[in-house]
Design a binder for this molecule. Structure first.
Ligand SMILES: CC(C)(COP(=O)(O)OP(=O)(O)OC[C@H]1O[C@@H](n2cnc3c(N)ncnc32)[C@H](O)[C@@H]1OP(=O)(O)O)[C@@H](O)C(=O)NCCC(=O)NCCS
Length: 155
């Protein structure tokens, strides 16, 4: 379903990133039309490794869009984030940015980095896509933030 939703622009590693946490599924007349998941990651910010609910693989089939499915999926995912994590974070597609912004997700304004096997590396291409949801930790969104390592897209 997600291959169709992302028109083929989804790697095996993108799906792997979506596993190991909690999934939300949306159905319409028995057909699976939407998916979102939240997994635990560590984001390093202000000298702390923050327990982060990282949102992955949010997608709704084209024929079922603008009917509130993604909103319902994110209601469930945000409930998990607020109950279990210090903050929420996600890397948004251009298309989905307005959707998340209307839900209170805030853009990261500072520089992004990744903790790679070679050390800390700057990830400038990800700066504009990173959105966060404050839960228990006050964030300085103008400062820098570093994600833990994984194969494929790091953010
Ligand atoms: C982004 C996406 C998940 C939204 O799913 P959806 O089920 O259509 O979203 P909803 O119906 O719950 O939208 C709720 C509100 O979000 C906003 N919104 C949703 N899609 C939007 C869009 N393309 N442009 C602007 N605002 C949008 C609107 O305010 C909408 O309310 P409205 O329909 O009453 O105006 C869907 O378009 C999609 O799967 N896109 C392709 C994959 C993708 O980019 N996923 C996100 C990865 S981060």
């Amino acid at each position: 379903m997600l291959v169709e939703v992302f028109e083929g622009d989804i790697e095996e590693s993108d799906w792997e990133h979506a596993l190991g946490g909690i999934h939300a599924l949306a159905y319409e007349d028995g057909e699976l039309v939407g998916h979102a998941s939240v997994v635990q990651r560590r984001l390093i910010h202000d000298g702390r490794a923050l327990r982060t609910g990282y949102v992955e693989a949010v997608g709704v089939r084209a024929h079922a869009r603008r009917r509130g499915h993604a909103g319902a999926l994110m209601d469930a995912i945000e409930r998990v984030i607020r109950g279990a994590y210090e903050l929420g974070a996600l890397g948004a597609s251009d298309m989905a940015l307005p959707f998340y912004r209307t839900r209170g997700w805030l853009p990261w304004e500072g520089e992004t980095y990744a903790l790679t096997p070679q050390g800390i590396e700057r990830t400038p291409d990800d700066d504009d896509a990173l959105l966060v949801l404050e839960v228990t930790t006050e964030l300085d969104r103008a400062a820098f933030i570093t994600c833990d390592w994984r194969d494929g897209a790091v953010w």
